[in-house]
Ligand binder design. Sequence first.
Ligand code: KG4
Ligand code: ZN
Length: 325
Amino acid sequence: MLVLGIETSCDETAAAIVADGEEIRASVVASQEDLHGRFGGVVPEIASRAHLERFLPVLTTALNQAHLDLTAIDAIAVSNRPGLVGALLVGLSAAKVLAWALNSSIVGVNHLEAHIIAALMGKKVKFPLVALVASGGHTSLFLSTSFTQHGLIGQTTDDAAGEAFDKVAGILGLGYLGGPLVEKAARGGNPKTFDFPRSLLGEDSLDFSFSGVKTAVLYHISGQDATQSAEKLSSRELADVAASFAQREKVRSVALGGGVAANRTLRERVSEAARAEGFSFYVPPLNLSTDNAVMVAALGYHRLQEGLADDLTLDAYPRASDPGA
Ligand code: KG4
Ligand code: ZN
């Protein structure tokens, strides 16, 4: 089954063609980093307009990459929650038009769940697992019992992990987009120079906080050491959060996903924590950690296999917890 995945939830316009939820035939991602950089963050109106301009070229490039004609597509999968609603609506409208014209199935997917699938694709997965999704807008923990069943068990009470990276970069004057810049700037610094306070969850709490990292940086001198301390702290917090949730849920597998999962320090930390506990560990390749449409097509495939197709009344929702979402 050939599924066309469409992703426009934030500032990446992406299309991908995936066979049977595993085999990547095409993956195209057009980033809008150039447009939002001077504002220091994603401007929703600009994002929506850019998706409109870029969608058709991105789709055409994906079809060319796969050497396929649109009529070969069996189903359309689209991120329809959570995200910037104006941005989501561009991808959703395109998906509906295509599904209508091709008389194909359409399936809406949760963008955060798709980030989990990016870590699991093509692997022998042992469910249940605890999945940590750390992106620009969300830092959420899920208990996943299958490819399509993901229950939210915890989330950040304030900043998302990616947002913390982006704000730290802003405070330190590193520029935009924060995550990769912090990672680069931290290289070679001494993380022991600053002993930042921890902001981890309390013993019985299911939620956690990242604004502490940002505030700590705000009150320290800028520089490479502060940057590295911030990166190490964020990674340590995230690794501890993932490991402690896995223990609490009594599962033996941990998955990591979302844009922040592209951070090497974090990947190593969580991998080490998982290894120390004897857990299986799943993480996406770097190019599938940040936003892409492969993960959308793959999750769409699994939902369709389970009879979870949608129809042309499918809507977009800013939050996954919104009524109807
Ligand atoms: O999942 P994603 O691509 O988009 C959203 O769904 O939000 O995540 C983007 C976030 C941004 O905050 C970005 O700074 C962060 O992921 N990020 C990183 C790295 N690459 C991207 N954070 C830390 N280290 C990285 N290498
Ligand atoms: Zn994302």
